[in-house]
Design a protein around this ligand. Structure first.
Ligand SMILES: [Zn+2]
Length: 455
């Protein structure tokens, strides 16, 4: 047995990759991204494969990383940061998303359109044309749905979600300005009525109600409970008020059968010593339940930029500027005059100064590339957990929502030095959860009792 330096599982020696079996490039890549790694510590075959795969995607996609030494990942792709198996991608599983609006983004519509249906609870209509309108309200749901189920079409596969083959049902329950308690309930009731029509197994909510309430009296909580009873897993963000005096977990996340997801900050590194708490909401509900149950990454998450917005034009220009040689910078800026007034005003600068300015703008505005930014909030932790549940249903469609919740809790690992109130059972563990789901879901034991080979 040995302990893998990346996933920290105790594994059979035949799964170990020795540094001598790695190319120089791979070793350098590991050192850059795992500063705590000592070469005598073994790394398992699966973790090594994930790294080399991600490495090939980075050099295909991220500007400025062609040739030269292997880069530190600018932003860790979600499956890599969670150690999720690339073999299971939510095939055959449908996830419904409730949010302020959605957009028909290439990461969920190319090469195959995986959007099964779109419904607007506010108008009670189904007009797919709304999915092509770059309205501000579309942005939030665009991000949450792609974080879970995007396939990275616009990033050559680099920024895919864990459930990159799942099908999607998109339910608009509000606007950027406001999402009402009762509209979320109507959204859940719509999912209830249509769950068999679209084969919906999971609902992911990155929105919460208006007030605290006991599930015994609250219609929104009861709608969520009814869905779980009908066999649908309901995952909800716990909220982002953990830094305030009052930080309640609101319906539907506060309902007993819902999986409330809080966040943690992995500092965009795989080093577990760096992992820390995020200001997600937590506490005891009016029914005396401690929420959230689990936590997931909620910062440094790659998410798509809404096409057709000024941000999209600026991000595209920044990326182009990082790709062209010095001699073409000014011509490119002139060609895109008006896109970014600050850059227009700086057009007289020397090329290296211009490059510094562009780099600074990308950093400040959290732009990763022409199509992606990094974002934060438990709004992203919830769909990440939903995408892990999609993997679990892919390997074992017979699981009940109760089994799913139990597996997620039993395979989670607590962050040391973080109050259990804030993190529940701890950080979700994609690989162990899928292994337990494969195992039947009834007897979940400690990690080393599960056969992780091939997961
Ligand atoms: Zn490993």
């Amino acid at each position: 047995m040995f302990i893998c330096a990346v996933c920290h599982y105790a594994l059979d020696d035949n799964l170990r990759v020795e540094p001598t079996q790695m190319s120089r490039l791979s070793r350098d890549l590991l050192h850059l991204n795992l500063p705590y790694w000592a070469e005598q510590e073994g790394i398992c075959r699966d973790c090594f494969d994930r790294f080399t795969h991600a490495r090939s995607r980075v050099s295909l996609y991220l500007p400025g990383t062609e040739g030269g030494p292997p880069p530190r990942f600018k932003i860790l792709p979600t499956p890599l940061r969670l150690g999720a198996s690339p073999r299971y991608t939510g095939r055959g599983v449908t996830i419904a998303f409730l949010d302020s609006g959605f957009y028909s983004h290439p990461d969920i519509t190319q090469p195959v359109n995986r959007i099964l249906h779109y419904h607007n609870v506010l108008t009670r209509r189904t007009d797919p044309a709304e999915l092509f309108t770059p309205d501000d309200s579309s942005w939030h749901g665009l991000m949450t749905s792609v974080v879970a189920a995007g396939n990275g079409f616009l990033s050559k596969g680099l920024y895919r979600g864990i459930a990159s083959h799942a099908k999607l049902v998109l339910v608009k329950v509000g606007t950027t300005r406001r999402i009402y308690h009762d509209d979320i309930r109507r959204g859940l009731d719509w999912v209830y009525r249509n769950r068999e029509r679209f084969g919906i197994r999971i609902v992911s909510l990155s929105c919460g109600g208006d007030y605290e309430a006991s599930y015994l009296e609250d219609a929104l909580s009861q709608s969520a409970e009814r869905l779980v009873k009908a066999g649908v897993v309901v995952v909800a963000a716990s909220g982002n008020a953990g830094h305030q005096d009052h930080h309640p977990v609101l319906p539907p996340a506060s309902a007993p059968s819902v999986i409330a997801v809080g966040g943690f900050d992995d500092k965009n590194t795989l080093d577990p010593n760096e992992h820390d708490v995020y200001h997600s909401s937590y506490g005891v509900t009016p029914d005396g339940l401690q929420k959230p149950e689990v936590i997931a990454p909620s910062i440094w998450i790659a998410a798509p930029i809404l096409p057709g917005t000024p941000t999209a034009q600026q991000a595209a220009l920044y990326e182009q500027l990082t790709r062209v040689p010095d001699g073409e910078l000014k011509a490119l800026l002139a060609q895109h005059a008006g896109t970014d007034p600050e850059l227009d005003a700086a057009a007289h600068l020397e090329p290296y100064q211009l490059r510094l300015l562009v780099e600074g703008k990308m950093r400040n505005e959290k732009v990763i590339s022409g199509h992606y930014k990094h974002v934060d909030g438990t709004s992203f932790a919830a769909p990440i957990v939903a995408s892990i549940v999609a993997q679990m249903f892919e390997v074992n469609p017979r699981l009940t929502p109760q089994q799913v919740k139990r597996i997620l809790i039993q395979t989670a690992r607590r962050l040391p030095n973080v109050d259990p109130d804030r993190q529940g059972w701890g950080v979700v563990n994609a690989r162990l959860a899928v292994a337990a789901a494969l195992n039947g879901g009834d007897r979940v034991k400690l990690g080393h009792h599960l056969d992780l080979n091939g997961i």
